[in-house]
Ligand binder design. Structure first.
Ligand SMILES: [Zn+2]
Length: 581
């Protein structure tokens, strides 16, 4: 059993695949249009069709019992889905899911940007969610629909979900090099696309929207399907800790390092190579407990061309690597100075930098929103992608909090006292632990740590420990994410109550777990076997679903997994029978 992603490029099929990777539904395969007509819905129960694709053969596949999940359907697909096209819809919109619980959402609406259509549904079309405008009462229309077609169905999103997630997470390409007055340089924060009134900044809306897509696919698969857990071990959340060195002296670095290590954590220090006071031997010492990465300073080139800034960006990354004889794994720029749209990411990809930390939440220069997911709604690491569908092999990890912005004295700061921050952080971490299960990325500068942000920094560490969130550096997180990225579910079959598949990957990681649904309609999980051996699991609740977490065995590249569901009453009886004999 596999999930098909129709790929007849140029389209966002690779970004849809990246969404599957992000949430660990690594059971998909790219398929060409020509294969659809012979596709057996038993082998491939769901086919995902990117926007601007579609054909008669997809409609036939639905009639034969398959589920087609599509975006902005046109022509025969729209006709079979019972949707009459009535023009494009103005964005931004809000999407309200009405038919089922959307993971992580408790009454909030999804901001929708990019392309959306007005459809009028024929009788028999089930509406799963509605669009509304952010500034008007009138104009509600269908946002997500399900239509029975023959023995199968068509599930249609009235917007381009992949493009929407991309634009929310990465910002609007039309805003590249637009610099808000008085802010000095181009920054990712200035790229944030207009989502209308900011009612969603307390929710990682872009990521929960991508999760909504994954859950939609899962709903139409026959029976429960495992995921690769996106968090280390049994953790319900994770704190990603970093600090930009700027002009800090070695003693300030050591003061913060010591505190993070004492809390059982590890942090990244981002260093400006031609400005640092840390010597080669200091950095060697830092790296025993922590990680270092470059902090390229593009500010002296404010006003220079994109290509001049990119050349300097590359030069400083190389300088960092040469100076400290260590690869640049993740990075953040000084003042998050940027160039163009994704051009700096192209440079990172070329140099093998695996993770970017430049996208700060917040609305610096054009608003005063300090909610943790304001502006981008992103928290999960996902690869960057050009709007034409070209995915870049660099993970975009948003940073939700910076000490100068939240606790500093500058006019742009929100100036939260330590007392106020205790309650704010409690809200953020409660939501992560119980609803979102997404990372929380922070930048606490060592120079600020010794001047004003130590109390709030210690509070971050304390609350993370209290909730059993691991405290990891960005590099450490990247290593986990790169290892996880190599694993796939192959040859999945279901016979009665037994689900079997091969778990295949290239890189082991001791925190990598399988997340197996603990329930299958009326039955429960009774046994998990890895390579024929019974495995222990721990049941956790994630997004309202009970999941059994099982560590992926180390030093193996292929593991046969067998999962058995049954009625627990029956199981007790069987044990009794066995004892009596
Ligand atoms: Zn800096």
């Amino acid at each position: 059993m596999r999930i098909g992603i129709l790929s007849d490029g140029p389209d966002l099929s690779a970004y849809l695949a990246e969404i599957f990777n992000t949430w660990g539904l690594v059971l998909y395969e790219m398929v060409g249009q020509d294969l659809i007509s012979e596709m057996d819905p038993e082998d491939m129960p769901v086919v995902v069709c990117p926007a601007s694709q579609g054909s008669h053969s997809l409609v036939d596949y639905a009639r034969r019992g398959g589920t087609v999940i599509c975006f902005l359907p046109e022509g025969p697909l729209a006709e079979a889905a019972g949707l009459a096209y009535e023009g494009e819809k103005d964005v931004p919109l809000r999407l309200r899911i009405t038919a089922y619980q959307a993971s992580g959402i408790a009454g909030e609406r999804f901001p929708i940007v990019g392309r959306a259509n007005n459809y009028s549904p024929a009788p028999g079309v089930q509406v799963l969610g509605y669009f509304s405008y952010t500034d008007r009462y009138e104009g509600e229309s269908v946002g997500v629909t399900e239509t029975p077609v023959g023995q199968g169905r068509i599930v249609a999103f009235a917007f381009d979900l992949a493009l929407c997630v991309l634009l929310l997470r990465q910002g609007d390409p039309n805003l590249a090099e637009v610099i808000p007055e008085g802010t000095g340089c181009a920054r990712p924060s200035s790229l944030a696309i207009n989502i209308g009134p900011s009612d969603s900044g307390w929710v990682p809306f872009a990521d929960l929207l991508s999760r909504l897509f994954v859950d939609t696919v899962r709903r139409y698969l026959p029976g429960p399907v495992p995921l690769l857990s996106h968090l280390p071990g049994m953790a319900p959340g994770i704190l990603l800790y970093s600090g930009d060195e700027d002009n800090a002296d070695v003693a300030s670095n050591d003061a913060e390092f010591e505190c993070v290590a004492a809390a059982g954590g590890r942090m990244n220090l981002y260093i400006i190579p031609n400005r640092t006071k840390s010597t080669v031997s200091d950095v060697e010492r830092y790296r025993v407990q922590h990680d270092v990465g470059p902090h390229p300073n593009l500010r002296p080139l404010d006003g220079c061309s994109i290509s001049e800034r990119l050349t300097e960006f590359e030069r400083q990354i190389r300088m960092f690597q040469d100076q400290f004889d260590t690869p640049a794994r993740s990075l953040r720029n000084h003042c998050t100075a940027w160039a163009g749209y994704l051009e700096p990411v192209e440079v990172m990809e070329k140099l093998g930098v695996g993770m970017d930390g430049n996208y700060f939440s917040g609305t610096y220069g054009y608003g005063r929103e300090d909610a943790p997911y304001a502006a981008f709604g992103g928290a999960m690491p996902m690869r960057f992608c050009w709007p034409d569908g070209r995915v870049l092999n660099v993970f975009q990890q948003h940073t939700q909090l910076a000490d100068d912005i939240m606790f500093g004295t500058a006019d742009y700061s929100y100036r939260l006292s330590p007392q106020v921050f205790v309650a704010v952080l409690d809200r953020i971490f409660t939501d992560i632990e119980t609803r979102f299960h997404t990372p929380f990325g922070v930048c606490i500068h060592p120079g600020n740590w010794v001047r004003f942000s130590r109390p709030q920094g210690r509070e971050l560490l304390r609350q993370a420990n209290e909730r059993r969130f691991p405290i990891w550096s960005f590099d450490q997180w990247l290593t986990f994410w790169e290892a996880r990225d190599t694993w796939r579910f192959n040859g999945m079959t279901r016979q009665g109550c037994r689900l079997q598949f091969a778990l295949e990957g290239e890189r082991s990681h001791d925190a990598l777990c399988l997340a197996i649904p603990a329930k299958d309609s009326k039955t429960s999980l009774v046994e998990i076997k890895l390579d024929g051996e019974r495995a222990e699991w721990q049941t956790v609740r994630r997004y309202g679903e009970d999941l059994a977490l099982v560590p992926v065995p180390l030093r193996k590249t292929a593991i046969s997994v067998s999962v058995m569901y049954g009625s627990s009453a029956k199981l007790v009886l069987t044990t009794q029978d066995f004892t009596e004999k």
